[in-house]
Every structure is written in structure tokens, then in C-alpha cells.
Design a protein around this ligand. Structure first.
Ligand SMILES: O=C(O)CCC(=O)C(=O)O
Ligand SMILES: [Fe+2]
Length: 284
């Protein structure tokens, strides 16, 4: 029987008693609603093939291939594989693969004009210790931001690129490294819940439009401190068979990047958008 329960104070929900392969629209509706409410949800105990994971991802929106071409699944470009090919030919750990998503809290796809609505991960192999994923609510970050920053940033855009101010583009092919920035409002209203949140990514933001360079850098530093609001974090401890999906419009996340490198930690991943080329989907 379908069971949904909260995991964290402001974000995180666990769903059990369901096989996502056999869901009809009526069965999917409470799962989608729970996801909007909790921001990140896990469905436990799933057994999925590539096409089944893709089909379930498509229920949440448009699935797009990730710009990191070298980490796409060879049989299915819409699916990225995390955690494989971690060692180079000399047996050295490739940090960009091992620590992927672990540099800092971030939201996926802010470098695109239409950022990722959601990211979905399916756990194939989980290490004996470490390897958690951290999530934090940006609704709550906005809620507790000082009025001074709310006034300063209201109506302003951030400029975002894949590599951000430090140019971290190791997982991109050379031809994909110098794309122009995408601009997004620093405060956004969620298209489905109607709630306001901070939209910020310290690793991908280059500057805040309309501020002097020094002030822009100072504000970016201050937001980096403030983006994880008290009690707003949920830490996901993975089990094989977990299907986790998070809402990039109102959450940030970060891989702990701390598991024994000689062990496997492997996920399939899909990137999901609200719209491609102007069309938009509301809801499922
Ligand atoms: O591996 C993880 O825990 C998260 C990686 C990440 O940031 C992502 O897939 O977007
Ligand atoms: Fe990420």
C-alpha cells in the first residue's frame, strides 16, 4: 500500500509500497503532489531497466541529455551515469568524477536559459559508508534572508555559467566550455506551488546584474553563507533501489563526496525540464 511520510523538517519525503513501473495516472498523482510538497522524495525498493527509468523520468517533464557528453550512457544519451570510470589509465582517482556534485551546494542546470526543473537519480550501487546527498530548502533560505538583502536583490538577475567564477569545466568537452551566461532572477516564484525562493548557486554564478563587481562578489559570499538556513537540510542516506527526485527550482543539493574510493557508488541520472523551446508543462 502506498505510504508517504516526511523525512526532514522543511524538505524530504519517503514513498514506499509502490512499483513505479506499473503506476497509472491516478496512482502517480499523489506521488507528484508529494514531490511538490517535499521538494525531494525517495521511492524505495525499485528495480528498473534503462527504458523504465527513462519512462518514469518523463512523467515529471521533458528529459534532456546532460551537457557532460563524456558521462552519458552509451546506449541512452538522456541517461548520465555517475560514479563509473573513476580511475585514469595510471590508476589515479579522477576527482571530477569522484567528487561530482560535491564541490558546493548547487542547483542543476542554472547555466541554461531553461534550467532543470528536476534531477532524478536511481541507485545501482552504494558504498558501505559515506556517499550521502545533502539537500536544503531554498524556500526557507528566502524566508530567513535579512530584509537588506531582500531589498537589494529584488528584481535582479544572476548570470550563470557551467564553470562559474572558477571555470570548473573538466567534465565538459572543449567545444562546450565557453557558452555565454544564462540570466535568472535571484528570487523566483515556483511555477507550480506559487512559493518564493532564493535561486542561487555559488559554483555557477558569475555576477549579479546591476551591482559593482566588488559588491556582487561580497553578496555572493554572503549568500553562500546564508543559503543553508537553520534546520533546512535533509541528508539522504542511500539504499540500492532508491529513486530520488529533487526540485531544482526550490532546493540546493550537494554530494558528500566522502566514500571509500575503491568502493562502487553508481547512479543513473536524468535531467528534467519544464519546457523545451517555449512549450511548457504544468504538473505531470
Ligand atoms: O551524487 C550525488 O549525490 C549528487 C550528484 C549531483 O549533484 C547531481 O547528480 O546533480
Ligand atoms: Fe547536482
Amino acid at each position: 500500500m502506498l505510504n508517504i511520510r516526511p523525512m526532514g523538517k522543511y524538505t524530504g519525503g519517503e514513498i514506499t509500497g509502490v512499483d513505479v513501473k506499473t503506476l497509472d495516472d491516478a496512482g502517480f498523482a499523489p506521488i507528484y503532489d508529494a514531490w511538490l510538497q517535499y521538494g525531494v522524495t525517495v521511492v524505495r525498493d525499485q528495480e528498473l531497466e534503462l527504458d523504465e527509468f527513462l519512462a518514469y523520468s518523463r512523467r515529471f517533464g521533458f528529459v534532456v541529455p546532460h551537457p557532460s557528453k563524456s558521462t552519458r550512457h552509451p546506449d541512452c544519451p538522456e541517461i548520465t551515469v555517475l560514479g563509473i570510470n573513476k580511475f585514469d589509465a595510471d590508476g589515479n582517482l579522477i576527482q571530477a568524477v569522484y567528487k561530482r556534485g560535491g564541490e558546493s551546494f548547487h542547483t542543476d542546470g542554472a547555466y541554461d536559459e531553461v534550467p532543470f526543473k528536476a534531477t532524478k537519480l536511481y541507485a545501482l550501487a552504494i558504498p558501505s559508508r559515506g556517499g550521502n546527498t545533502h539537500f536544503s530548502s531554498m524556500y526557507q533560505a528566502y524566508e530567513v534572508l535579512p530584509e537588506r538583502l531582500k531589498t537589494l536583490l529584488e528584481g535582479r538577475n544572476g548570470a550563470f555559467t557551467y564553470g562559474g567564477r572558477h571555470g570548473q569545466t573538466a567534465l565538459l568537452n572543449p567545444e562546450d566550455r565557453n557558452r555565454p551566461p544564462a540570466f535568472h532572477p535571484m528570487f523566483r516564484t515556483h511555477s507550480e506551488t506559487g512559493r518564493r525562493s532564493l535561486y542561487f548557486d555559488p559554483g555557477k554564478i558569475n555576477y549579479i546584474e546591476g551591482l559593482e563587481a566588488a559588491q556582487s562578489d561580497d553578496v555572493i559570499d554572503e549568500l553562500t553563507e546564508r543559503m543553508i538556513a537553520p534546520e533546512a537540510e535533509y541528508v539522504h542516506e542511500w539504499r540500492v533501489g532508491d529513486v530520488v527526485i529533487w526540485d531544482n527550482r526550490c532546493l540546493v543539493h550537494k554530494a558528500a563526496g566522502d566514500y571509500p574510493p575503491e568502493e562502487d557508488r553508481i547512479h543513473w541520472r536524468t535531467s528534467i525540464k519544464e519546457a523545451i523551446g517555449g512549450a511548457s508543462v504544468a504538473g505531470a
